[in-house]
Ligand binder design. Sequence first.
Ligand code: AMP
Length: 251
Amino acid sequence: MKILVAVKRVVDYAVKIRVKPDKTGVETQNVKMSMNPFCEIALEEALRIKEAGFAEEVIAVSIGPSQCVDTLRTGLAMGADRGIHVETNSSFLPLTIAKILKSLADVENPGLIFLGKQAIDDDCNQTGQMVAALLGWPQATFASKVVLDKDKNVATVDREVDGGLETLNVDLPAVITTDLRLNQPRYASLPNIMKAKSKPIKKMTVQDLKVDIKSDIEILEVTEPPKRKSGVMVSSVDELIDKLKNEAHVV
Ligand code: AMP
């Protein structure tokens, strides 16, 4: 079985996000970029499945500008066998990314597709669900535990839902999106970073994959969230209740 893992290059989680002065998006020039943390977890899970003997190959896929190769090299250094870079300078919305991933799945025939539950730049939380719908495959989102049964060709997935955990059995091939508690991703060791340099990365374009990139959604403006008002200190419970009643009108 092959496992396809979608890894997105995003602004590093530790960087303070700044909106571009022309409000067309978020500043990415001279900003540290990294693999989306949920994608690291997705890749780690795929590698563990391969190491347990359930898969033969882990393929990392990234869609975006030329620098996505760095993200793919990180994935190869963690242990992925090969990379696919769908090069584009357009920033696609989740539906287009999902169409590209579907098209790659049609070519590669993976038994599993892992994605992060969301990308920390757009926080969309849509791509995995859309890929599953386009492929007509079962999906298990927000996975916090994945157990494979090779004989039955089934994955048992614990999902983090509002009320606690939900356990699903999904027939393979399936799409799984990963939540924070699924695993602790490994660091790439120096020898593996060196080895990754000789692993293959195939370059493709959206034209190669014959994907229709026309979108019905246009982003008009990106703005910062409103600044939060500073809080006030109260000296007693009575004062707090009075403020909640008479100022905030919430009790
Ligand atoms: P989103 O739906 O945008 O929150 O993204 C969810 C997941 O979809 C990410 O964690 C990635 O696994 C995948 N994904 C989204 N955009 C890309 C991209 N440009 N390249 C590779 N994977 C992506």
